[in-house]
Design a protein around this ligand. Structure first.
Ligand code: SF4
Ligand code: MG
Length: 333
């Protein structure tokens, strides 16, 4: 069976005065219709670049590997052909809806414009569609609010408008890049639940890009953890939370706020900074920050510093790139 989205050995690099940046290096994943892939990592991990490459928005960068949507290769398509994919078959929402919404036009017109362009629909049909979409994303009084401007909506309501705009053309795939990062926690949960509901109703494939494993726990079915432009670990969501194999994933999990934490307990961030994408050191790119190397033998440590770990299977559906995975291989079922 062909998956909705199949990304294979994706590489994205671009030249800078300081050298070639390998922003994404050998990423492989699939997204099935009706499923959500959580793409997780710190800033600079390559998660946003991955999604821009899928959207064909990687101007000036070299893209290698394969990006197939329902079997159709997208890598290498011209701008015109991509225009029929973007917005229509793959839609995207971002952290800051204001950067995507025009301040001087009513939200209804912006939703309708999108729809009218792709479906060559009349003005009236476009407006009707905008009202329907505002209702679907839970905006009260949609027939009135369709004529309001972005500044008349709260942050959470604006993100709902963005989702309405993204879904107006019935895309097969939705890419959501940190869609709730700018919102407060309660609103965040509402938006994530909205995305999950719409996804179920429409059988939409979703790529949820986030630095927050809490978001992943709420919406994702599968998770791909990226580090320094490469895949660190991939697993079904329950498994990743129960038995993370990569020390980086473990660190991300440890830095999640816990219910039994007292209010003033500091969050444990992973010390250190992301690796250089221009001149990566040999060996494992996580080694300078990895607590596991402290417990390793001198020989194991030397291997971490000299040999890049392959991304390999630990169990069905579970892969990690680590010489010393946290779960002993024999213990996996
Ligand atoms: Fe840590 Fe070594 Fe695994 Fe890299 S390969 S994550 S340095 S244990
Ligand atoms: Mg980003």
């Amino acid at each position: 069976m062909t998956a909705l989205l199949e990304v294979e050995d994706l590489g994205v690099s671009f030249d800078t005065p300081r050298g070639t940046v390998r922003a994404v290096d050998g990423i492989t994943f699939t997204v099935e219709a009706g499923r959500t892939l959580g793409l997780v990592g710190e800033s600079g991990s390559g998660k946003s670049v991955t999604s821009l490459a899928v959207m064909g928005l990687h101007r000036g960068a070299r893209v290698g590997g394969s990006i197939r949507l329902n079997g159709q290769e997208l890598n290498g398509l011209g701008e015109r052909e991509l225009g029929t994919v973007r917005g229509r078959r793959i839609a995207m929402i971002f952290q800051d809806p204001l950067s995507s919404l025009h301040p001087f036009y009513p939200v209804g017109e912006q939703i309708a414009e999108h729809y009218r362009v792709h479906f060559k629909a009349s003005r009236k049909a476009g407006r009707q569609r905008a009202v329907e979409m505002l209702a679907e994303v839970g905006i009260p009084e949609p027939a009135r609010r369709v004529d309001e401007y972005p500044h008349q909506f709260s942050g959470g309501m604006r993100q709902r408008v963005m989702i309405a705009m993204a879904l107006a053309c019935e895309p097969e795939l939705l890419i959501a890049d940190e869609p709730t990062t700018a919102l407060d926690v309660t609103v965040q949960a509402q938006i994530l639940d909205l995305i999950a509901r719409i996804q179920q109703e429409r059988g939409l494939g979703v790529v949820m890009i986030t630095h927050d494993l809490g978001v992943v726990a709420r919406v994702a079915h599968e998770v791909l953890v990226m580090y320094g432009g490469r895949a660190a670990e991939q697993a079904p969501v329950e498994r990743l939370f129960a038995t993370p194999a990569h020390p980086y994933t473990r660190g991300l999990l440890d830095s999640l706020p816990r219910l039994d934490d007292t209010d003033d307990a500091p969050l444990r961030a992973i010390p250190g900074s992301p690796p250089s994408l221009i001149a990566p050191a040999p060996g494992c790119s996580f080694a300078p920050r990895c607590v596991r190397t402290a417990a390793a033998t001198a020989e194991e440590h030397a291997r971490c510093l000299s040999e890049r770990p392959e991304f390999g299977p630990l169990a069905p559906g579970h892969q990690a790139a680590c010489h010393l995975p946290l779960v002993p291989e024999g213990a996996l079922g």
